[in-house]
Design a protein. Structure first.
Length: 316
């Protein structure tokens, strides 16, 4: 599936950090950065840009904030072959807390928003572009958006200067047919934009859905090492690179860092395919209830979770 326009984004630290409040140590982030460099990934999303007035450093790790000093510390001494990205959530970053690109190691800011926040997201993305960054808008939870609202959102995005728009399966609710329909709709509505895809793995479809998007011409692809990410996690990066058949990519550095740094985290946090995450995906719900269940001492009581979430009184 070689197509030179395709760009791959690693989301290991940013999305994986949703499972441990970004409490990754420097060795971990540095190892992921080096592996992505060696694998010749196009972008690494190293965390979030957040204002310290919104979050406490006593509770959240460095990669919730992506301060320049922290980025330089973990990348120092490694030849840079990759672009760095950070995500910004509407309402959690002040404009003045975003440095000029000339003063930052970041290359891209990805603005994440829900459909009702789109005007603010476009304004923030334009602000980042004016400061010298590449920018995207990641429109989240599209599986919950009605057709009229989606068409209005795509019309607003078409009028914006933001060059890259992401289709996001936030709840892992989509099937490949949905991705096929939506990716075609995004591309028809946004002919002057590049379309990206970010999938969650609640129904074990993140990889398949990413492939469906690729077939339709989507060119920015998200993945994470061993699929680490919020709840059910993301499209596994090592699978994605193996599928793309682009001779520039090297899979071995990813396998190595998975062995040395990602697999040990499986003993500390549970991401990936688990029944509670499946249930919220099938029901097209945010995984917060499943995450709370998985963090409790009752995480193996999956029938109780099913009954509670579905209000089931008996089992068929």
């Amino acid at each position: 599936m070689f197509r030179p326009q395709i760009k791959v984004m690693d989301c290991t630290v940013r999305d994986g950090g949703l499972m441990n409040k970004w409490q990754f140590d420097d060795d971990f982030v540095r190892a992921v950065y080096k592996a992505c460099n060696d694998a010749r990934i196009d972008y690494m999303e190293i965390g979030y840009l957040s204002s310290e007035s919104a979050f406490s450093r006593q509770e959240y790790g460095s990669w919730k904030f992506c301060a320049e000093s922290d980025i330089q510390r973990v990348t120092e001494g490694i030849e840079r072959k990759i672009k760095l990205s950070a995500m910004a959530d509407i309402g959690r970053i002040e404009y003045d807390d975003i440095p000029l690109k000339a003063d930052s190691s970041l290359d891209m800011v990805r603005v994440a928003c829900y459909v009702h926040q789109l005007d603010a997201a476009i304004a923030l993305a334009h602000h980042c572009m004016e400061k010298g960054y590449e920018a995207t808008i990641n429109l989240m939870a599209v599986s919950t958006v009605g057709l009229r609202d989606l068409e209005e959102a795509l019309d607003d995005l078409a009028k914006s200067r933001v060059p890259i728009i992401y289709l996001v399966d936030s709840f892992g609710a989509f099937y490949s047919e949905d991705i096929d329909t939506l990716s075609r709709k995004y591309m028809a509505s946004l002919p002057d934009k590049t379309i990206g895809i970010h999938c969650h793995n609640n129904q074990q479809l993140a990889f398949a859905n990413t492939i469906a998007a690729i077939i339709n011409g989507v060119n920015y692809l998200d993945g994470s090492l061993y699929g680490i990410g919020r709840g059910a996690g993301n499209c596994p990066l090592e699978l994605l690179l193996s599928f793309l058949k682009n001779p520039k990519f090297r899979v071995r550095p990813l396998i190595e860092v998975i062995e040395t740094h990602i697999i040990p985290w499986r003993k500390k946090i549970d991401w990936g395919y688990f029944i509670p995450y499946m249930i919220t995906g099938v029901l097209n719900q945010h995984p917060r209830a499943a995450m709370a269940h998985m963090e409790s001492d009752r995480k193996e009581e999956i029938t109780e979770f099913f009954n509670r979430i579905t209000n089931a009184t008996d089992l068929v």
